[in-house]
Design a binder for this molecule. Structure first.
Ligand code: S6P
Ligand code: ZN
Length: 192
């Protein structure tokens, strides 16, 4: 039987809303799904009691051909904070540590945090038009510091997988918080 993904295929991406059409899978992550990630635990408890708001959602479309397994993902991080820490993606390494990824910011503003398990760390300011190649071995998290939804498109192999444990255990080297009305990049208190 022929595989429909062996033929070229286009999908539509809406720069305004981040909608992807068609879209096979939608995942919503709420504060309760990220409870180990924000450093201010009492603020996490309060946010959950006050309605457990959505922090971000992921729209995925998989292109599983007979020879490869590319995925196009759209992530929409809603504006907001837990305590004084801005909303972010959970962040992960790839389970297959030889797998890279492309990230393309299309709306909003914030930072891309990148960290190797050896501890090497980078913060890239992120804005529409920034396209980042994430080489193998670099964990990645996006932080939304703006008042608008931050939208980005990712492209990766499904077989790359996700490894969340190092981030759950110790977070990234820095946290991005609001200080005097401005974003500030500070050392992660969980690493003190
Ligand atoms: C997958 C890729 C993205 C993220 C998404 C949510 O390799 O990096 O599609 O899965 O941005 O982030 P997270 O950290 O919750 O998986
Ligand atoms: Zn990834």
């Amino acid at each position: 039987m022929s595989n429909p993904f062996d033929d070229p295929m286009s999908v539509q991406f809406d720069f305004e809303t981040g909608a992807l059409s068609p879209c096979q899978k939608k995942t919503v992550r709420r504060v309760s799904d990220l409870s180990m990630m924000f450093y201010d635990s009492p603020a996490v408890e309060r946010a959950i009691l006050e309605g457990d708001p959505a922090v971000y959602e992921i729209l995925d479309e998989e292109f599983i051909s007979s020879q490869t397994d590319m995925v196009l993902g759209v992530t929409r991080i809603f504006p907001g904070k837990v305590g004084n820490e801005y909303h972010f993606t959970k962040g992960h390494f790839h389970a297959q540590d030889n797998q890279a990824e492309m990230y393309f910011c299309t709306r909003g503003k914030g930072y891309l945090l990148l960290e190797r398990e050896s501890g090497e760390f980078q913060v890239q300011p992120w804005f529409p038009g920034a396209i980042t190649h994430i080489p193998p071995g670099w964990g990645h998290r996006v932080v939304n510091t703006g008042r608008d939804t931050l939208i980005f498109v990712s492209c990766f192999h499904l077989s790359a997988g996700h490894k969340y444990e190092p981030v759950v255990e110790r977070g990234f080297a820095s946290v991005v918080v609001e200080q005097d009305g401005q974003p500030a990049i500070l050392p992660n208190p969980r690493r003190a």
